[in-house]
Design a protein around this ligand. Structure first.
Ligand code: G6P
Ligand code: ZN
Length: 571
């Protein structure tokens, strides 16, 4: 591609200035980047500090590096991109690839970093948290493998934020990000390049290399009996991707996709694909004749899969079923399936498939970054999390649209309904009933206290062997601990990753504080039981799990600590 000098400013040399800053507390990236209220990011120097610290943390590779920048298009993204441009240029970055209008899904960023062998990327998203001036914004750094920065890098960034005194910036370097093309600026005698790229092209090309698009097209646009899908982008970033892939490429009817315009506030909704926040999708599926439904979160890495009449596939079952059927997907036909993995709180459905296929199964802490090392070492092909994350080693992020294409590939090969696929799976492997209770935005102090007291209780040696009874069901404790993970590749240790109580019948209770909230504390209680009897695999999960839920509330005394009787969300 040739370089264009666009606009008068392009020919004039730019000079950076050093701005005296002040430190801010709490710029600690959580499970997935720094997430705070927009108003926090709007404070003087706040965003600038964090960007400077991300760049400084790149170290010797910073000078002359190329980064990709984009996000879910939420409120404050354009301002943040403007700041990134000005600070990156001042810090000797050679080139920025920026999604048109700042739009790039999280999976697309991962794909672009890997495809063009970039030094990393900055993603502007608070994922599934609501957006708008009164809601959340977020900044996340991905490293050169395309995945979220590991703890070592985020700790470095955090330590830098605690002592930053100033940042370098070029205040008058402006770039219009709405037009695709290349702009070149002269900065300190070197070229600084900004390339505005199409948001969808690279990702679409990758999907075409993974899936059999002709087969999917036959499924969705057959003249005889098309498989009717309803894809809901929840006004997040996936809209443009979904339109290109499902309408333009796979010829699905126009009414197969909804809410495909990314909005700065997601239309006032909560862009989290679950039964509560994607209630409109659930209703439409219940009322109309669709065979399949799916929704994604704000930045496009999470997915929810539904069958006809809104039959719900739990994320834990979703990865297990994908694992069982990977041979329906060309990508996995070309190279043998390596290992499988799930996050610790995710139900153990995939463990059964791993055993049956003789594949290694890894159990990692919550957070996609923990899968990356395993993938880079060639040990992992498919993984997932109960928090609606599903993905493979095609990139280093979870991938909502990939999950939908994977499910459609299985359906195209098996010619069965989603419900039938799930039922057959439970018949073969038994069913892992799973539910998660979220208590959002609790006060931090009592929440931390509850976790501390609970940890003391369950790690006391007399806790093992204790029996709990509820509704005539008895659960005996087999193991209880605070989950800790030693990365098999770099041997790094992640501690305090959730309190787990495992019972002799395979049931589990897990308590964790969320790492993605922007204020206060969110407590999650994960409840799982296993049923292998064919007469008991098709029951209502909430009912089946009620006795265990009661035991969890009783052991933790959670309700009295946080003074709530009901969870905010049940998924
Ligand atoms: C993000 C990460 C996921 C992780 C989730 C956990 O979405 O990308 O990998 O599972 O956060 O969120 P939590 O709020 O439970 O810490
Ligand atoms: Zn997300």
């Amino acid at each position: 591609m040739s370089l264009n000098f666009v606009g008068a400013q392009a020919t004039m040399p730019f000079k950076s200035i050093l701005v005296t800053s002040r430190t801010y507390e709490g710029q600690k990236p959580g499970t997935s980047g720094l997430r705070k209220a927009v108003k926090v990011f709007q404070q003087e120097h706040y965003t600038q500090n964090f960007i400077q610290c991300i760049l400084t943390a790149i170290g010797p590779k910073l000078k002359g590096c190329t980064l990709v920048v984009g996000g879910d298009g939420r409120f404050y993204a354009k301002e943040a991109i403007d700041i990134i441009i000005k600070i990156a240029a001042a810090n000797g970055v050679r080139k920025l690839l920026i999604g048109q209008n700042g739009i790039l899904s999280t999976p697309a960023v991962s794909c672009i970093i890997r495809k063009y062998k970039l030094n990393g990327g900055i993603i502007l998203t608070a994922s599934h948290n609501p957006g708008g001036p009164e809601n959340d914004f977020g900044i996340k750094f991905n490293t050169e493998n395309g995945g979220p920065a590991p703890d070592t890098v985020t700790n470095t960034i955090y330590n830098l934020t605690k002592k930053i005194k100033n940042y370098s910036i070029i205040p008058n370097l402006e770039c219009n990000i709405s037009e695709i093309g290349i702009r070149t600026f002269e900065v300190h005698g070197s070229e600084f390049i900004i390339e505005i790229i199409d948001s969808v092209n690279d990702y679409l090309e990758l999907m075409k290399s993974i899936f059999d698009f002709q087969k999917l097209k036959n499924l969705l646009s057959s003249n005889i009996k098309p498989f009717r899908v309803l894809i809901n982008s929840m006004h997040g970033v996936t809209g443009p991707y979904v339109k290109r892939i499902f309408i333009d490429e796979l010829n699905a009817p126009l009414n197969s996709v909804v809410n495909t315009t990314p909005l700065v506030d997601f239309g006032g909704g909560h862009p989290d694909p679950n039964l509560t926040y994607a209630a409109d999708l659930v209703q439409t599926l219940k009322n109309e004749n669709y065979d399949f439904g799916a929704a994604f979160d704000g930045d496009g890495d999470r997915n929810m899969i539904l069958g006809a009449k809104a039959f719900f596939v739990t994320p834990s079952d979703s990865i297990a079923i994908l694992a069982e059927n990977l041979n329906s997907i060309p990508y996995f036909q070309k190279s043998a399936v390596k290992g499988l993995a799930r996050s610790m709180p995710t139900a153990a459905s995939i463990d059964k498939v791993a055993t049956s296929l003789n594949l290694k199964l890894f159990e990692v802490p919550t957070g996609w970054k923990y899968f990356g090392n395993l993938m880079d070492a060639g040990l992992l092909s498919l993984c997932g999390e109960e928090s609606f994350g599903t993905g493979s080693d095609h990139i280093r992020e979870k991938d909502g649209i990939w999950a939908v294409l994977a499910w459609l590939s299985i359906i195209a090969v098996n010619s069965k309904s989603i419900e039938q696929i799930c039922f057959d799976h439970w018949l073969k492997y038994g069913r892992h009933y799973f539910v998660r209770y979220d208590y959002e935005n609790c006060e931090s102090e009592p929440s931390t206290k509850m976790m501390k007291v609970l940890e003391e209780k369950i790690t006391n040696s007399d806790f093992i062997g204790q029996k709990f009874e509820s509704d005539n069901e008895v659960f005996e404790v087999k193991l209880a601990d605070n989950f800790q993970y030693v990365d098999p590749i770099d041997k790094s240790i992640a501690k305090n990753q959730g309190l787990r109580i495992i019972f002799t019948n395979g049931a589990r209770l897990i308590f964790r504080l969320s790492g993605t909230g922007s204020s206060g504390a969110t407590i999650r209680m994960y409840v799982e039981s296993y049923e292998s009897s064919p007469t008991k695999i098709n029951l209502d999960a909430q009912l089946v799990l009620q006795p265990l839920i009661q035991i969890g509330l009783e052991i933790s005394k959670l309700q009295s600590y946080i003074k709530r009787t009901e969870p905010t969300v049940i998924t």
